[in-house]
Ligand binder design. Structure first.
Ligand code: ADQ
Length: 646
């Protein structure tokens, strides 16, 4: 396909340069091809490039690498700089029939074939870069203006020197029995899965978690469910009592409400803590069984805060990382927990602790200072440092992102466009307001409905002109509190519709079910206003998904100031206090009246942020921070003469 002496542009990131380069080079060498490359390195150091050049001198045109050094030393990780560089692609490249394009966000190389004699413009190349995974089949697909064509993709792995082991309470799917020997497999709903699954699918590795059924796990259905996952799945079994006391009990009856500042919702039953520890030990055993010395072990979320302690008790000294998807509360609230010291001590057995926002990190450090008197906090500009029991723990905030490209490309697809048009056609002359949430009291659904009711009451111009589409995906319905909560929502919807509806207008469209992906995207695309008002939220991915799907750069976002996403989206969103019904109601009116120009200006700002700080950026930043620790732990172990025990 490629002849000797052809030129391929690469776009790589700093730090990963050598590894990526070597990987791609090997690929070429395997194919018996000689490589000449132009490298668009966002901030790769010239030294990196020179050392690579030295090691591959016989295969690479060094003259080309000299050019590279010039490009690479130009300032920058800025997208505009990148665009300008692409604009400056030498004619030699523009006239090639085949181009290699690598995408630093999606971690893949793409082979692009030009169609016809038209030159490839920078825009075309960028379009290719932005093509989502789901929309790049392995064989010929013409994209957009059909001037270039993607022939194949090759995954390459940037921070891939270590195998990734993801550990979370739930696996990314749930098994359920529908009768004797009949099993259903449902994709798990929720933010953690939405964020982490694409990464593991792309990189490979192991996912350790619970498939959602109490008791024995059926081997056949599990194998069937995971056959095409792209990574290995290691299930952890829970008995019914463990499910009740660990999952519904300590995790969702104590930590979840407390960490969302809803202490009155907590059930501090003493037996729960013991169950929590025991189940965490089971996860620790699963990790110890299947991990190897240089794996990158990444434990997720509030169900598993005791895992590192359990692993340390088993003698494991390898680096362990943890990311908390939910908020971390301030001391006044955290101190209500009956085990504040034991929990913090357990968390401090990890080597890297990641939080969603600065606020959470600050709260955690505040609690550590107050509760753990033998801890030293050393403020640092990037990763914070805590010294505890002769160990050093790094802490940082890593706001989780979404797979922007796949949402954007999905929203552009014909199927979604059609569904979105149908949806719009059902409500002529109305602005559509969208609420999409898991059934959870932290999401502020009743407060939102009350604000909407208040808006209709006090601002009659909204009547007949807006429709609220509220979609609630069932979640934790076995917990009585969630059941009562659903009834509250049902009553409020009934009340609003009863009071305000007319013969041809229903103010609230309420759906109690999950939407399939295309349907969800069609809703994002069709609705003029997103109404995202959690009482507190670690991040809130719905807000980001909405922005990614606004391909026409319009739409208004009403966002709770207590959602982690507010830190990144505050320049474009209308921030509200979800408890302040009147303020939220007035903001609905403001969003309704907002001019197109203002909507576009705000949405552009938000989309830029969501695109740049996407889920791959999140994973990379976390793994980068973690990779340093893995190296450090290995060094310390070697110095002490002891191998890192597993
Ligand atoms: P969640 O509390 O689950 O996640 P969120 O971030 O909003 O909350 O993610 C929900 C996910 O479920 C989104 O990807 C959304 O698309 C999907 N979803 C919601 N309702 C749906 C519906 N009706 N049909 C189909 N899909 C639906 C936790 C934390 C969050 C944090 C994430 C990730 O509570 O604060 O953002 O983890 O870290």
């Amino acid at each position: 396909m490629r002849g000797d002496g052809e030129t391929f542009p690469f776009h790589v990131r700093a730090g990963d340069f050598s590894k990526l380069f070597t990987k791609l080079l090997f690929y070429h060498v395997e194919l018996g091809q000689k490589l000449r490359g132009y490298f668009f390195a966002q901030s790769a150091r010239a030294g990196d490039i020179k050392s690579v050049a030295a090691s591959v001198n016989d295969r690479v045109d060094v003259h080309t690498l000299t050019n590279v050094i010039e490009v690479a030393t130009a300032e920058g990780g800025d997208r505009r700089v990148h665009d300008q560089r692409l604009q400056r692609l030498p004619h030699g490249i523009r006239e090639q029939r085949f181009l290699w394009v690598t995408d630093d966000r999606r971690k893949r190389a793409v082979v692009v074939e030009k169609k016809g004699d038209l030159p490839v413009a920078a825009r075309d190349v960028l379009n290719v870069l932005q093509c989502g995974r789901n929309h790049i089949p392995l064989n010929n697909l013409a994209i957009r203006d059909s001037r270039i064509e993607i022939l194949s993709t090759i995954n390459y792995k940037l921070t891939s020197m270590n195998r990734l082991i993801v550990v979370s309470n739930r696996l990314p799917f749930a098994l359920d029995s529908t009768g004797e020997e009949l099993w259903t497999v449902t994709p798990a709903a929720g933010g953690l899965v939405s964020a982490v699954e694409p990464v593991l699918r792309e990189r490979g590795g192991i996912w350790i978690g619970w498939p959602g059924i109490a008791g024995e796990i059926p081997k056949g259905p599990l194998a069937e469910a995971t056959r095409d996952a792209g990574y290995k799945v290691v299930p952890v079994a829970l008995s019914e009592t463990e499910r009740d006391e660990f999952y519904y009990g300590y995790s969702n009856g104590v930590i979840w409400p407390l960490f969302h500042d809803l202490q009155n919702f907590c059930n501090f039953e003493p037996a729960y803590w013991q169950a929590y520890k025991e189940v965490n030990e089971r996860y620790a055993d699963a990790i110890a069984r299947c991990s190897q010395p240089d794996d990158f072990i990444w434990v997720h979320d509030y169900h598993l805060m005791y895992v590192a302690q359990a692993l340390r008790e088993r003698g494991l000294r390898a680096a362990l990382s943890f990311f908390l998807h939910i908020p971390f509360p301030p001391y006044d609230i955290f101190s209500k927990l009956p085990q504040p010291q034991r929990l913090l001590r357990a968390l401090l057995q990890f080597d890297l602790l990641g939080f969603q926002t600065r606020r959470d990190l600050r709260n955690f450090l505040g609690c550590v200072r107050r509760v753990m008197l033998d801890v030293r906090v050393v403020p640092r500009r990037e990763l914070q440092l805590v010294r505890f029991e002769k160990r050093e723990i790094r802490l940082g905030h890593f706001p989780i992102g979404i797979d922007f490209d796949s949402f954007e490309n999905g929203a552009m697809s014909d199927g979604v466009a059609q569904r979105s048009q149908q949806l719009r056609a059902n409500f002529p002359d109305c602005q559509l307001i969208l609420g999409v949430d898991r059934l959870d009291y932290s999401k502020g659904i009743p407060e939102r409905l009350r604000a909407y009711r208040d808006a209709l009451e006090r601002h009659p111009e909204l009547r007949g002109r807006v429709v609220l589409i509220q979609v609630v995906v069932p979640s934790r319905v076995e917990i009585p509190r969630y059941h009562e909560f659903k009834q509250r929502i049902d009553r409020l919807v009934g009340d609003i519709n009863g009071r305000f509806s007319t013969s041809n207008w229903l103010p609230v469209q309420y759906h109690f079910r999950g939407l399939d992906r295309d349907d969800l995207l069609a809703h994002y695309r069709a609705c003029d206003i997103a109404f995202v008002t959690p009482l507190k939220d670690g991040m809130n991915l719905v807000a980001k998904e909405y922005c990614a799907c606004r391909i026409d750069e319009d739409g208004a976002l009403i966002l709770s100031q207590f959602a982690g996403a507010a830190e990144q989206l505050k320049t474009g969103a209308l921030l509200v206090n979800p408890y302040d019904v009147e303020e939220v109601a007035d903001t609905v009116l403001k969003a309704f009246r907002m001019t197109d120009a203002e909507r576009t200006a705000r949405m552009k700002r938000m989309r830029r942020g969501v695109r740049d700080e996407n889920v791959f950026w999140w994973v990379d930043s976390f793994l980068r921070a973690g990779a340093k620790l893995v190296a450090r732990t290995a060094r310390v172990a070697t110095r002490r003469g002891a191998p890192t025990k597993r």
